[in-house]
Design a protein around this ligand. Structure first.
Ligand SMILES: [Ca+2]
Ligand SMILES: [Ca+2]
Ligand SMILES: [Ca+2]
Ligand SMILES: [Ca+2]
Length: 429
């Protein structure tokens, strides 16, 4: 998953942490301000997880290997989606209506081996077709794989800059962020040099023919220049191959690996990771998905930090997690965990939704079972796809509750799910 602090209209802070294991890349602001909304004093006593994908236009079957984008493009206050189709189809822009349904309004082509998407205001399109500085309109950056690094054909990343009429023009080559032989994986929009303008950090998987490191592209508005980052770029691809997760802090001297100083053991590798204040004490906690477990490392002060596992549950084939406000408490502290398909099983393991129920001295979560993904028509396992990534759309349809959008087509096609937590009201006595 990707969390970015550099959405349009929100000035970024300088320091951030990046964590990576090939396809994991997150950025967080330096300063953390706890939200103050209170938990409802009264309310429903039970919740049910429901897949509403069919009703709202998201029940789409596709290969999905890659990170979708969730951002308000209009902007009308409702979060819109660019769905990952991997290399199956063009990636559609689906705009959210007030009733919570999504309608296709644009397609990002051509069909290519897209793996990642990140959004921010990177540039603008001038009347004469040249590119100018950021203009307040949301743009999109797509990373592209490169035939596993085994061919000489270029597979450029795309920087789709929004025009005043809501169409998009690819500026990647003109602004020098196309990286045509990089085996692109995840990317994140982040203001690395604290000038108020979104920059781009892109990760590349190692390949056999072209050895491309990761890149940090600094936005000159318009145009990008690469900033040399020995820690974060030159060595990163080989680290990715070694399946190591790093925590990079952005310092005046560049990115510095702060994993050890955070107390996180180097033996622990993550398939996905998030930093969120799940217990509401004002400090970010570390949540992670490994292949066989979901774990929480609550922040335990300046000396012990993330040094202890506070909570864990076993997984069959852990894939991804997202943190958001799924139950309408006013706090982004509910967790959706994607458990995927384990070889030998007929279907995916069941995803789980976790709600913090602990206190200042105890650590506990209420667990809710998520609906299974639909069968895809396959006659061999996995019948319902594999389980891939989860993204939480905040305040879906103005309900105050988030919508978990789950892709399931990692290596074989799967159907998107859109899971909402619905209150189960007790009958009046
Ligand atoms: Ca919108
Ligand atoms: Ca723009
Ligand atoms: Ca910048
Ligand atoms: Ca906390």
């Amino acid at each position: 998953m990707i969390v970015t602090d550099s959405l349009p209209g929100r000035r970024s802070k300088r320091a951030l942490v990046l964590a990576g294991s090939c396809a994991i890349l997150i950025a967080i602001p330096a300063a953390w301000t706890p939200r103050t909304a209170a938990r409802a004093e009264t309310g429903p006593t039970a919740w049910s997880a429901t897949d509403v994908g069919g009703a709202i236009g998201l029940q789409i079957s596709s290969g999905t290997d890659g990170q979708l984008c969730a951002v308000d493009v209009d902007p009308d206050g409702m979060t819109d989606l660019v769905l990952s189709m991997h290399g199956s189809d063009p990636w559609p822009l689906l705009r959210q209506s007030p009733d919570g349904s999504f309608a296709r309004s644009y397609e990002f082509g051509p069909v290519s081996d897209y793996h990642g998407c990140t959004s921010s205001d990177f540039a603008s399109v001038n009347e004469d077709g040249t590119f100018g500085p950021p203009d307040g309109r949301v743009d999109f950056y797509f990373t592209t794989g490169a035939c596993q690094g085994k061919c000489t054909k270029p597979y450029p990343n795309r920087l789709y800059v929004q025009t005043p009429i809501g169409t998009y023009v690819d500026a990647a080559a003109a602004l020098q962020v196309d990286n045509p032989h990089g085996r692109g994986r995840d990317a994140v929009a982040v203001d690395a040099n604290a000038d108020g303008i979104s920059d781009i950090y892109v990760t590349n998987e190692p390949s056999s023919l072209f050895v491309e490191p990761n890149h940090l592209y600094i936005n000159q508005a318009p145009g990008f220049v690469e900033r040399a980052e020995p820690q974060a770029t030159g060595q990163y691809s080989s680290k990715c191959a070694a399946k190591v997760t790093y925590f990079f802090a952005n310092t005046p001297d560049g990115f510095v690996d702060v994993r050890a100083s955070l107390g996180v053991p180097s033996s622990e590798t993550y398939r996905d990771v998030a930093l969120a204040d799940v217990n509401g004490d004002g400090h970010l906690d570390l949540l992670a998905v490994r292949q066989t477990k979901f774990l929480v490392r609550l922040w335990r002060g300046p000396t012990s930090q993330y040094g202890a596992i506070s909570y864990q549950i076993p997984l069959q084939q852990g894939r991804s997690l997202a943190v958001g406000d799924l139950l309408g408490s006013g706090r982004a502290q509910d967790v959706y965990v994607v458990d995927g398909w384990k070889s030998g099983s007929l279907r995916q393991a069941t995803d789980q939704i976790l709600q913090w129920t602990g206190s200042a001295t105890t650590t506990s979560f209420a667990k809710y079972v998520a609906p299974q993904a639909l069968d895809t028509g396959r006659t061999t396992a996995p019948l319902n796809g594999e389980g891939d990534q989860v993204t939480i759309v905040p305040n879906w349809a103005g309900t105050g509750r988030g919508l978990a959008v789950i892709s399931n087509g990692l290596y074989v096609k799967g159907t998107y799910q859109a899971v909402t937590m619905e209150p189960v009201l007790s009958p009046t006595p």
